[in-house]
Design a protein around this ligand. Structure first.
Ligand code: NAD
Length: 259
C-alpha cells in the first residue's frame, strides 16, 4: 500500500516508534529510523526492515536540537527522494510534583516531546504540499487528553501536541496532507518499564504486582496496547480510507479516557 512512499519515524530504535517503523516498512515504505541505542542493535533493526524490500537509513539526530531535526529531514529527502510520511514519536518522561520539577527536565521534555514535532513538521511540510500528498502522525498520549499527577511537563507537552496537530490539520485542510495524533494509554515499552520498576521499588512490590497496579489504576481493559497495534493504526492513517481524518486525536488506551 505504501510502495514508493518514504517515511521518517522519530524515536524508532525502540518501543512504539519501532512498531510503527516495522508496520510502515511492511507496507512497502522506505524508512528513516531515528533514535539512540547500540549501533549493532540499530543495524540489526535496519537489516530486518531491509529484508522487507525497502530502503532503510538511520539518523542519530537529537530531537532536542532543531538544526539536527532539519538536517535529518534533508538527509531523508536526499536519500529517498521525498518525505511523504512524518511520524513524530520520540518522547521521554520524568515524574515529580510540579513544585519540585527540575527545570532542566521541564525544558528537555518540552523540547523533545513538543517542539521537535514543530521543527520536523516545519521542515517536511513544504514538499508534501508541493506533491499534494502527505501524512503527519504525531504520537501524543492519553496524557494529551487527560492528566495524571506528577507528570506536569509530559501532560503539558502532550496537550500541546494535540493542539499543534489540530492547527496543522486546519492549515492543510484543503490539501492532500493530513495531520493526526495517536494517543496511546499504557504500552509496555522501555519508557513504561522504567515507571514499573520505580513503582515496584517505591511500593516494595514484585514486577508483576507493579505492572498490575499500574494498569489497574488507569487502563480499564487491564491490558497493555502493543507497538504492533499502534503501527497498524498508523498504517490506517496513511491509507486512502483515512483521507478525511484530519486533526483527530485517536486514543488507543484500553478505555482510559472514557472514564
Ligand atoms: P521508548 O523509550 O521505548 O522509545 C523512545 C524512543 O525515542 C527511542 O528510540 C529513543 O532512542 C528515542 N529518543 C529519546 N530521546 C530522543 C532524542 N532526544 N532524540 C531522538 N530520539 C530520542 O518509548 P515509547 O514508550 O516507545 O514512547 C514513544 C512515544 O510514545 C513517546 O512520545 C511517548 O511519550 C509516547 N507514549 C508512550 C506510551 C507508553 O505507554 N509507552 C503511552 C503514551 C504515549
Amino acid at each position: 500500500m505504501l510502495k514508493n512512499k518514504s517515511a521518517i519515524v522519530t524515536g524508532s530504535t525502540s518501543g512504539i516508534g519501532l512498531g510503527i517503523a516495522r508496520a510502515l516498512a511492511s507496507q512497502g515504505a522506505n524508512v528513516m529510523l531515528n533514535g539512540f541505542g547500540d549501533a549493532a542493535e540499530i543495524e540489526t533493526i535496519a537489516a530486518e526492515l531491509r529484508a522487507l524490500g525497502v530502503q532503510v537509513r538511520h539518523s542519530a539526530a537529537d530531537m532536542a536540537q532543531p538544526e539536527q531535526i532539519a538536517a535529518m529531514v534533508a538527509e531523508a529527502t536526499a536519500a529517498f527522494g521525498a518525505v511523504d510520511i512524518l511520524v513524530n514519536n520520540a518522547g521521554i518522561q520524568h515524574t515529580a510534583p510540579v513544585h519540585e520539577f527540575p527545570l532542566e527536565q521541564w525544558d528537555r521534555i518540552m523540547a523533545i516531546n513538543l517542539s521537535s514535532n514543530f521543527h520536523a513538521i516545519r521542515a517536511a511540510l513544504p514538499q508534501m504540499q508541493q506533491r499534494g500528498w502527505g501524512r503527519i502522525i504525531n504520537v501524543a498520549s492519553v496524557h494529551g487528553l487527560v492528566a495524571s499527577v506528577n507528570k506536569s511537563a509530559y501532560v503539558a507537552a502532550k496537550h500541546g501536541v494535540v493542539g499543534l496537530t489540530k492547527a496543522v490539520a486546519l492549515e492543510n485542510a484543503r490539501t492532500g496532507v493530513t495531520c493526526n495524533a495517536i494517543c496511546p494509554g499504557w504500552v509496555l515499552t522501555p519508557l513504561v518499564q522504567k515507571q514499573i520498576d520505580d513503582l515496584a521499588a517505591r511500593a516494595a512490590l514484585s514486577a508483576d504486582e507493579a505492572r498490575a497496579k499500574l494498569l489497574g489504576e488507569k487502563q480499564p481493559s487491564q491490558e497493555f496496547a502493543t507497538p504492533e497495534q499502534i503501527g497498524a493504526l498508523a498504517v490506517f492513517l496513511c491509507s486512502a480510507a483515512a483521507d478525511q481524518i484530519r486533526g483527530a486525536a485517536l486514543n488507543m488506551d484500553g478505555g482510559w479516557a472514557a472514564q
